[in-house]
Design a binder for this molecule. Structure first.
Ligand code: NAD
Ligand code: MG
Length: 390
């Protein structure tokens, strides 16, 4: 029986994870659930899944959850704050951790899970972007297993050679073809992009996701983060990771081999497929996702991304090239810019400009430990905030 901690259980990935787990009570049970602020939803989840521990963001939230759970007769232990997140991610009672907190807030607990040898199901791509070498070293040192949840990376994992003792190139991998839907603004007149609203930006044509990743998809920073994520997960240089726009979102990514073979993973755009794959690997289990009807889809199309339309994609390649703390700086500036856009404080086109200004102003430094990552993250956030007019 796998005992699972779900970090960010009330989010889009968290809810999909619980949906898959609920289909297989013989295989999975929930050790801990965590949420920042949706206390009523978290209480409902606790009633259904009966975790031993629940963690929220604040003392008031914990008080409210405690009251709700005691009314229902549940004895779930209620905690709050980052130390409690790290504790449930590394507790000896759990063996798998779904890392599904959004943004830099997920880094410390994800690292805690990696350091304590868990099976880490990684949705929180920002954690890997910020601290790629540290997180990968922690996984190697503790004997943890890292399973990609991001649909593209899960697809690549499925298309990679099975037993990888050597580098991907030595196994004949030529390049990774990372597919992207292009988001809601793929065909919109570029000159009108400065006027789009956050409601338009989060209305993704193919995926239903949290608001931050939805805006990232509209700017294609999401794909930029995924290029960096693919680099660290699969040990492939940036020059061998190519982004291909594929608006139907049926091919979730591909691996191209030196003999001319291209392997792809296909499926409906539903995160329960990669979640079920990562939970059960190497087994296969039902996820609730219907198989695709290729005849009904009829056409799969592919095109090159336009970097003038999507400058964030280039910024991410630049950050990966610069190395060190550059991806962490870019990620922090992006988080501030996206929140400011969602709050109506800056326009859509200012997002990429703000990130570029922060990256220009802060040179990349070597990252030696997790404290240096958080220090760079803080500097980039302070600068980005100071550049936004009140
Ligand atoms: P979401 O906004 O729907 O949910 C985020 C979760 O994190 C919530 O449970 C929330 O309570 C928690 N959270 C937010 N801020 C927190 C904080 N400061 N401290 C502790 N917990 C906090 O986000 P999502 O769409 O589920 O995405 C989660 C992660 O998965 C992101 O890193 C995203 O890039 C990645 N991802 C999501 C999808 C998707 O389809 N939604 C696909 C691929 C990757
Ligand atoms: Mg993705």
């Amino acid at each position: 029986m796998q005992q699972i901690t779900i970090l960010g259980s009330t989010g889009s990935i968290g809810v999909s994870t619980l949906d898959v787990i609920a289909r297989h009570p013989d295989r999975y049970s929930v050790y801990a659930l965590t949420a920042q602020s949706k206390i009523d939803e978290l209480a409902q989840q606790c009633v259904q899944f009966k975790p031993q521990v629940a963690v929220v963001g604040s003392a008031e939230g914990a008080q409210k959850l405690q009251t709700l759970l005691r009314q229902k007769g549940l004895q779930t232990q209620v905690e709050y704050g980052e130390a409690a997140l790290c504790a449930v991610a590394s507790a000896p009672e759990c063996n798998s951790v779904m890392a599904a907190i959004v943004g830099a807030a997920g880094l410390a607990p994800t690292l805690a899970a990696a350091c304590s040898g868990k099976r880490v199901l990684l949705a929180n791509k920002e954690a890997l972007v910020m601290s790629g070498p540290l997180l990968m070293d922690a996984v190697a040192a503790s004997g943890a297993t890292l399973m990609p949840i991001d649909s593209e990376h899960n697809a690549i994992f499925q298309c990679m050679p099975g037993a990888r003792q050597r580098s991907p190139a030595e196994h004949g991998v030529e390049k990774i073809l990372l597919t992207a839907s292009g988001g809601p603004f793929l065909k919109r007149d570029v000159d009108t992009l400065d006027q789009v609203t956050w409601q338009e930006a989060v209305a993704h044509p193919k995926w239903v996701m949290g608001r931050k990743i939805s805006v990232d998809s509209a700017t294609m920073m999401n794909k930029g983060l995924e290029v960096i994520e693919a680099h660290w997960l699969f040990d492939v240089p940036a020059s061998h990771i190519e982004v291909v726009i594929h608006p139907q979102s049926v091919v979730h990514s591909m691996v191209s081999y030196v003999d001319g073979s291209v392997l792809a993973q296909l499926g409906n755009p539903d995160m329960r497929t990669p979640i079920a794959h990562a939970l059960a690997y190497p087994d296969r289990i039902h996820s609730g996702v219907k198989p695709i009807d290729l005849v009904q889809i009829a056409q799969l199309t592919f095109e090159r991304p336009d970097l003038l339309r999507f400058p964030c994609l280039k910024l991410a390649y630049d950050a990966l090239q610069a190395g060190g703390s550059a991806p962490a700086i870019m990620n922090a500036a992006n988080e501030i810019a996206v929140q400011a856009f969602l709050d109506g404080r800056i326009g859509f086109r200012v997002i990429d400009q703000l990130i570029a200004r922060v990256m220009d102003a802060l040179p990349a430094e070597a990252i030696t430990d997790i404290d240096s990552v958080f220090e760079q993250d803080r500097c980039a956030r302070d600068l980005a905030n100071s550049l936004i007019q009140p």
